[in-house]
Write a protein that binds this ligand. Structure first.
Ligand SMILES: Nc1ncnc2c1ncn2[C@@H]1O[C@H](COP(=O)(O)OP(=O)(O)OP(=O)(O)O)[C@@H](O)[C@H]1O
Length: 278
């Protein structure tokens, strides 16, 4: 569904004489319908840049981004607005990504009304969305600022899913949350994927979190993809120092979430967090 080929992203030069900064050096990655591809890597490796390029928020200098068979790397603003139905995002910080002075009802109605859904139908859909993300019905009339970080992230997830997208770029969606809230938000994302068939590109610096939610994991290092393994960070270059560090940091026998029941998932996450010294 999403095919990124040899993607190069260069940010414009900061100073008069300095050259542009190349953040991605020819990255190729695919996401299939309904799957979660985790994108892990240390700070500055280019994870967010890749997600942003897919969303049209970072400058594509070379290569291609195909979504549903269409080239979108250089999509116009108008085309991007059309794409918003199918391609959505959940950002890291639930405190800044939601307008604190809007009610949750307004936040969720906005994307629906832009696409022409009538007021009455939108209200019904908003109620349905709140139910899906396990927020109480009365959240409709409350302001985003009245909610906790985890609850705000549920609102952000509901907003992202309002238009039934095919792919959601999740950029560190649980990094700002405490550990037990992380687990419930991750479980919610998994449940929603199972019921709606949405695919996620899940960006995180935390390998434990990424392995918990992903079907496949890709590792980024200095603007390149180290490996796109099938359900594990098994690299064709096991000597690569960064892969070595990741494997040492979280040696988990079976990260495939299908084989891990719900109770085990929580235990796994807690163990991984402990191993990571959190
Ligand atoms: N708008 C920008 N202008 C110039 N350089 C940028 C810009 N955004 C990111 N960069 C640079 O691109 C590189 C990749 O950054 P990016 O944010 O994609 O990494 P990341 O892996 O997501 O890191 P983190 O986990 O810290 O968010 C970094 O060297 C960063 O400084």
């Amino acid at each position: 569904m999403l095919e990124v080929q040899d993607l190069v992203v260069e940010y414009p030069a900061k100073g008069f004489r300095s050259p542009p900064f190349r953040a991605l050096h020819g990255v190729s990655i695919n996401v299939r319908p309904g799957e979660t591809v985790g994108l892990v890597g240390e700070s500055g490796s280019g994870k967010t840049t890749l997600g942003r390029a897919i969303l049209g928020l970072a400058p594509v200098t070379g290569g291609s981004i195909r979504f549903g068979g269409r080239e979108i790397g250089h999509a116009s603003r108008r085309e991007r607005r059309g794409l918003a139905r199918e391609l959505q995002v959940v950002f890291q910080d639930p405190y800044t990504s939601l307008n604190p002075s809007m009610t949750v009802g307004d936040i969720l109605t906005e994307p629906l009304s832009i696409t022409g859904v009538k007021r009455h139908a939108a209200q019904a859909q908003v109620r349905e969305l709140l139910d899906k993300v396990r927020l109480p019905k009365d959240a409709v009339d409350r302001y985003a600022r009245e909610f906790s970080g985890g609850q705000r992230q549920r609102v952000a997830i509901a907003r992202a899913l309002a238009l039934r997208p095919k792919l959601v770029v999740c950029d560190e969606p649980v990094s700002a949350l405490d550990l037990s809230t992380q687990a419930t938000v991750l479980d919610l994302l998994i449940e929603l994927q199972e019921s709606l068939g949405v695919a996620y590109l899940f960006v995180s610096h935390d390998l434990g979190v990424v392995r918990y939610i992903s079907h496949r994991v890709a590792v980024m290092y200095r603007g390149e993809l180290v490996e796109d393994g099938d359900g594990d960070v098994v690299t064709s270059n096991p000597e690569h120092p960064y892969t070595q560090r990741l494997l040492l940091a979280a040696p988990i026998p079976d990260p495939r979430r299908q084989k891990v029941n719900r109770a085990n998932r929580h235990r796994l996450l807690a163990e991984q967090a402990e191993q990571a010294g959190l």
